[in-house]
Write a protein that binds this ligand. Sequence first.
Ligand SMILES: Cc1cc2nc3c(=O)[nH]c(=O)nc-3n(C[C@H](O)[C@H](O)[C@H](O)COP(=O)(O)OP(=O)(O)OC[C@H]3O[C@@H](n4cnc5c(N)ncnc54)[C@H](O)[C@@H]3O)c2cc1C
Length: 437
Amino acid sequence: MAADQNAKALIAGFRLLFGQKVALLFQWIDDIGRIAMDSGRPVFFNAQAADARCSGLLSPRPEELVPFVQNWSGPRPLRLCGGGTTSRAAVAHNWTLDLQTHFKRLDWQPADQSVWIGAGCRMGEVLDALLPCGRTVAAGLSGLPGLGYVLTGGMGPLSRQVGLAVDQVLEIHGVWGNGSPFALSRTADSDSFEWRGLCGAAPFLGVVSELRMTTQPLLPMWVEQQVVSPDQLPELMLQAEAADSGASLQWHWESSDAVQLLRIADFPWTGAQKITGLHQLPPLRGSAPMPSRSHTEVVGLLAPAVADSWGRLMPELCRVLHHRPHPGCSLACQQLGAATQQVAVEATSFVHRNAEWKPWITAAWTPGDAPGQRLSLAWLEEVWQILEPICPGVHLAQFHDHLPFHDRELEAAFGSWLPELRKLKQRLDPSGTLPTL
Ligand SMILES: Cc1cc2nc3c(=O)[nH]c(=O)nc-3n(C[C@H](O)[C@H](O)[C@H](O)COP(=O)(O)OP(=O)(O)OC[C@H]3O[C@@H](n4cnc5c(N)ncnc54)[C@H](O)[C@@H]3O)c2cc1C
């Protein structure tokens, strides 16, 4: 009853602010709080977010964003949906600020070859829009993620040459959690805590409406997909660590005895296939059949160049990969390093500048299977425990403020920068409009 009254008050408040737009907001949602299957508009790519009984979606226009955040009096935290690929883009009994509908700006700036990207664009859309200009950006392994990819660091096949996506950002516009608008630039603000906070920890501090980033020339790439046995991994990783910055290795391990390998480089070799850019990257999972629709949580780790230590962990890793509680549970890894290591630790909130590898663990379960969920999350923690001695860092590409390891993730992600980041949060988002840090 109380929740109902709250929702009515909220809708009344929103109607007051934005007229009849509230009808538009709800046309995507069915009566049990899911996005309508026939809406033709899958806001939440993440199945868990799509199934969450969230209070609703709110889609202000860019000019309405500042008053929207300033006047927010509903339940906190407010959830944000950029690409909608993470499990926390929509949460039961929380409202989601949908940025996909009205934040689609994509503007090529020929003068300095940069691009303005609105908070509602997916990275694949950015790659496609830049094709006619013969340019590209440092996107990741998939075009699906939205601006969250850039704001949480963002590593991909070009990272060893040009750095992380966040290292390419020139300007950021948006509104802090306290409702004040901001417009910061690398030229004027790169020494400020605010700039550092936005570059890697923005989801805790403010809503980014758009950002401008540098582009790179669109050049051909070569890729090779292979299936190898898990015991070959340490040697292959050792070779990759010694390779040129134009080459990177990524792998995906989901069956107990086979690992899918994806090598990407800016030069040809025997067995490699030419592609014309990141927009043509093949899937990391190769031709492995897609697992059935499942709910997932992903923890991303960061490790320095210690390929030889992986050898010692292989028996344990083989054991846990052999006993996965769900076919969608997996361990995967992508290479960074080289240019990503050239940036000062203090420049951004991505503090693990010595990282060479990002292994990520996916826990999956059938929607609604609570025991299966517990088993899978326990499995994820077991894999994490095995890897922890060589993976001291966390890449906070998704956060888990509903899971017991949220604090552990924050500490491992931000290290000694966390206390200062928390002071910044206290100043810029004192009411906790955005998720807890
Ligand atoms: C298929 C796939 C492939 C991926 N490949 C890579 C990869 O190669 N490299 C890599 O680094 N990561 C990769 N990721 C991880 C992905 O980049 C992150 O999880 C990212 O946070 C997703 O962003 P989103 O906008 O799609 O998600 P959302 O769920 O919409 O948002 C994710 C987080 O970012 C915050 N956020 C989103 N937009 C804004 C905004 N405008 N202002 C403030 N906060 C915002 C949200 O609050 C949320 O906490 C991949 C993910 C998927 C699903």
